[in-house]
Design a protein around this ligand. Structure first.
Ligand code: C5P
Length: 230
């Protein structure tokens, strides 16, 4: 069964923890992105894992190979379950990140956190990729091959690209944002799909933020999504 990850895209941690209190017991994964991590850093991640939650740190690393490899080593000390980096960082950056995570060169291999490569952000539509004439689907296919080749555990993609990725790389886990139940507005997302469609096409993880965070009753919204997934 696909895992639902709540994107905690909120300005302050009191709000985030209050929300988690309200919906506790119904959720086992949360995603912390730039907004909360920049303000509260590692102690906030610790608070989440102490609540028994799996933590996905979505910082989408994209830099020269040496810098990213060292950042992955630092992230390994945070007791997180998933970490993201941009596939556009290229072969050396991705392979170096996997090598750093695996501890090649002396440290113990932990296999943690799982490394997911962001292919093309779900907020992009065809024709919007700066300086690139390929379609989003073509770019995603190329970047997913690179992720598989360099030993990443998974990719972040839209639901539309799932079948092609799963066919070419059955072992690659697929994590899909851009999830919108029929009753939720798309916002800035472009390549969207419903939770049901995501599960039907084989998503391993679904990331959902605003449809829950901005709902009048977040607990009810979460339950409606969980029912749709089940
Ligand atoms: O509110 P919404 O459901 O659109 O949130 C989606 C979350 O997934 C956001 O936190 C966003 O940063 C993240 N994300 C994304 N597209 C990607 C990778 C991550 O929307 N390709």
């Amino acid at each position: 069964m696909a895992n639902l990850i709540l994107a905690l895209d909120l300005p302050d941690k009191t709000k985030a923890l209050k929300l988690l209190d309200e919906i506790s017991g119904d959720l086992s994964w949360v995603k912390v992105g730039m907004e909360l991590f920049t303000r509260y850093g590692p102690p906030f991640l610790k608070e989440l894992s102490e609540r028994g939650l799996h933590v996905f740190l979505d910082l989408k690393f994209y830099d020269i190979p040496n810098t990213v490899a060292k950042a992955v080593r630092s992230a390994q000390k945070l007791n997180i379950d998933i970490l993201t980096l941009h596939c556009q960082g290229g072969q050396r950056m991705l392979a170096g990140a996997v090598e750093a995570r695996n501890g090649i060169g002396g440290e113990t291999k932990t296999g943690s956190p799982l490394l997911f490569g962001v292919t093309v952000l779900t907020s992009f539509a065809d024709g919007e990729l700066p300086g690139i004439t390929a379609s989003c689907a073509e770019m995603v296919k190329t970047l997913a091959s690179l992720a598989a080749k360099t030993g990443l555990d998974g990719v972040v993609c839209s639901v539309a690209e799932l079948p092609v990725i799963k066919e070419a790389h059955p072992k690659l886990l697929c994590l899909c944002p851009g999830i919108r139940p029929s009753w939720a507005p798309a916002g800035d997302q472009r390549r969207i799909a419903t939770p049901k469609e995501a599960v039907r096409k084989g998503a391993d993880f679904l990331v959902i933020g605003r449809p829950i965070l901005q709902a009048e009753d977040p607990k009810k919204a979460l339950h409606m999504i969980l029912e749709e997934i089940a």
